[in-house]
Design a protein around this ligand. Sequence first.
Ligand code: SF4
Length: 316
Amino acid sequence: MEIENNFARPVIVLSACLDGEPVRYNGEILHNDLVEKLKESAEIIKVCPEVSIGLGVPRDPIKIYLENERYRIYQSKTGIDLTEKMEKFSVGFLDGLKDVDGFLLKGQSPSCGFSGTKIYSNKNARDIVKKGTGLFAQIVKEKFPDKPIEDELRLRDSEIKKHFLTRIFAISEMKSLERKIHSINQLIEFHTRYKYLLMLYSQSKLTQLGKIVAGYKKGNLSSTVSDYSRVFYTAFERKPGVKKQVNVIQHIYGYFKTGLNQGEKRHFLNLLKKYSEGKAQYDIVLEMVRNFALRFSTQYLLFQRYLNPYPEQLND
Ligand code: SF4
């Protein structure tokens, strides 16, 4: 049995150089496989903050440094301080965004870097005080504290990538529901679909959201949806650990365990144990769960976002 798996299209702000735009300081062209795939399932808004403040290509590199606990950017070769220009552009650009679900930025950049950016002790220094976040990325974080923000370097870690994509697509689907909802049944269906994903991320938020749905009274659909979405948007902030994954899989196992023979049960539970001990990969366990759900036509499970939180091709 196939369950239709349509996803809302999230809106993602992207560092333009990650999509092959010729905007890098050294003219280098970058390609990123995930970005290529994301373009099929998401609306992409590209931005190059450095070109947007008038810097050309190629250009002398800029650096970010700390002065009186304030981050500033500076182009050493020309001696130009670009801090105010970058701040003004960033605030204007970000304020102008009508709709955004997340940010995918270029790591290590003094402007876009979400991680790994070298922060210098002063504008002429060669020594770094720490590694941190670029100036544009800092303003993104301040303005959108609840949105998923990542860079392509961190997304090389498959767990961080899964978490990022899960959040983005969940936020986008909630927003899409908010736009089109006309009956409480749609919210009930949505909540049902997210049950195990919510359980994975936050049992307390799952309970809270269940109470909001159960408390619906005729005539208060819009306030119910708004209460629901407010909590929902905060439910996916922390990346879940192995313990929580095992807990959810144990719950799901209850749906098909009676249909399995002793050998299959032993094999599955052994694999789950190995996963909990860090000796087996989560993807293998999840694939078995998907197979069992298909084999026993467990519609309720096949429908769950836990099994398909975002388009499959983004996993490859
Ligand atoms: S990292 Fe940001 S500022 Fe630098 S080239 Fe890429 S988009 Fe432009």
